[in-house]
Design a protein around this ligand. Structure first.
Ligand code: PLP
Length: 397
């Protein structure tokens, strides 16, 4: 259970964000106090901040199986994804040449939107020339169709982006097979993966081993919001999108968020150290939740086979129930879950992920994502089951 002020709630929305870990808060605290330096300066206070940033870079690189020089700190997963897409296309799709960009149809909008913008010419101001763009379909289980992928790859493909695991339904993508296809059919392409959602549960060094560019975000692993990283494996080049003081080896200007960077490094290290145990523990809790709900609520549909999804994801559809109405009842009774897809206004749109999986817009409207994480306990799951079962019973005719 998670304390939120006076009330205590069951928090099952770790895929949206996880609470900041106590060890992370402790590691960050000095940088919000006397260790306040600007890491780009030269005096002792600045050098102290720079040392903290460089130590954090080494830790992040270690967890990600990269060289410290390959780590670019960003303001989060969205910026890391945008930098991967725009930065690569600006390097490889110069004016006068047409370059191919490819991604799966279930990518996060932080990948899909920059790709679409580049394809319609809206990124010309960034020096990006003509781009042809393919969104590759997925199976009914939410896994990229490798045959379709192979068909759209070619010698002019400059960038391929396939997420490590999906944020809504949680499906883990076959990255090794994707990498194999890309290397064979699109030898000059850079392969990017958005590992933001997978980071708590999937070995990131293995992921990096398959890819040229990897995005992570601190707040999905119990770190602070507003900080992330893009790994850019040598010899790949990206063109900076933020220009200014030339920080991050000219790849991302801006004064470092020292506290945030230290917090992210601490969170990633903790996740890396506990991953083996947590995968087993959280998967058992997820199974307990999914089994109990499927058993107690007739016609419940699991969106993807559990063997294919992240341990913390439990994505269910309750036919005949409107997700917005159900979420209101759950919230009233102290269970925080989500629809898995919402725009910034909070309105729920039909999920592009479920539509790509062949689910009808009406059926997509009955989907709820319960996402478990490092704070989740058996008592949380049992309380959530009681609340969800009675809420669905109230809403069903
Ligand atoms: N990519 C995925 C798969 C995500 O789940 C998210 C956040 O929901 C992001 C990118 C964006 O990350 P951030 O919130 O750090 O901008």
């Amino acid at each position: 259970m998670t304390g939120t002020g006076a009330a205590s709630v069951v928090y099952l929305d770790h895929a949206a964000t996880s609470p900041v870990r106590p060890e992370v808060r402790e590691a960050m605290a000095p940088f919000a106090a006397d260790r306040f330096g600007n890491a780009s300066g030269s005096h002792r206070i600045a050098r102290d901040a720079r040392l903290a940033v460089e130590e954090a870079r080494e830790q992040v690189a270690d967890v990600l199986g990269a060289d410290p020089a390959e780590v670019v700190f960003t303001s989060g997963g969205t910026e890391a994804d945008n930098l991967a897409v725009y930065g690569t296309l600006a390097d490889r799709a110069r004016s006068g040449e047409t370059a191919g960009a490819v991604c799966s149809a279930i990518e996060h909008s932080a990948v899909l939107e920059p790709m679409r913008a580049a394809a319609r010419g809206a990124a010309a101001v960034l020096g990006i020339g003509a781009v042809t763009f393919h969104e590759v379909g997925v199976s009914g289980d939410g896994v990229i169709d490798l045959e379709l992928l192979a068909r759209v790859l070619g010698p002019h493909t400059a960038l391929v982006s396939v997420m490590t695991a999906n944020n809504e339904v949680g499906t883990i993508q076959p990255l090794e097979a994707v990498a194999d296809l890309v290397r064979r059919h699109a030898p000059v392409a850079a392969l990017h993966t958005d590992a933001v959602q997978a980071a708590p549960y999937v070995d990131l060094a293995t992921v990096t081993g398959h890819c040229d560019l990897v995005s992570v975000s601190a707040h999905k692993v119990g770190g602070p919001k507003g900080v992330g990283a893009l790994v850019v494996r040598a010899p790949n080049q990206i063109v900076a999108m933020l220009r200014g003081g030339g920080q991050e080896r000219e790849r991302r200007s801006g004064t470092h968020d020292v506290a945030g960077i230290v917090g992210m490094a601490t969170a990633l290290r903790l996740v890396d150290e506990s991953r083996g145990r947590e995968v087993t523990r959280v998967a058992a809790l997820r199974d307990r939740l999914a089994d109990a709900l499927c058993c107690a609520i007739p016609n419940t549909i699991e969106s993807a086979p559990r063997s294919d999804v992240l341990p913390g994801h439990c994505h269910l559809r309750f036919p005949g129930v409107e997700q917005e109405e159900l979420l209101v009842l759950l919230d009233r009774d102290g269970v925080c879950a989500s629809a898995g897809s919402a725009c910034a206004s909070g309105a729920i749109e039909p999920s592009h992920v479920l539509l790509a999986m062949g689910v009808s817009p009406a059926a997509a409207g009955s989907a709820i994502r319960f996402s478990l994480g490092y704070t989740t306990t058996e008592a949380d799951v049992d309380q959530a089951v009681d609340v969800v079962v009675s809420a669905v019973a109230r809403l069903r005719p």
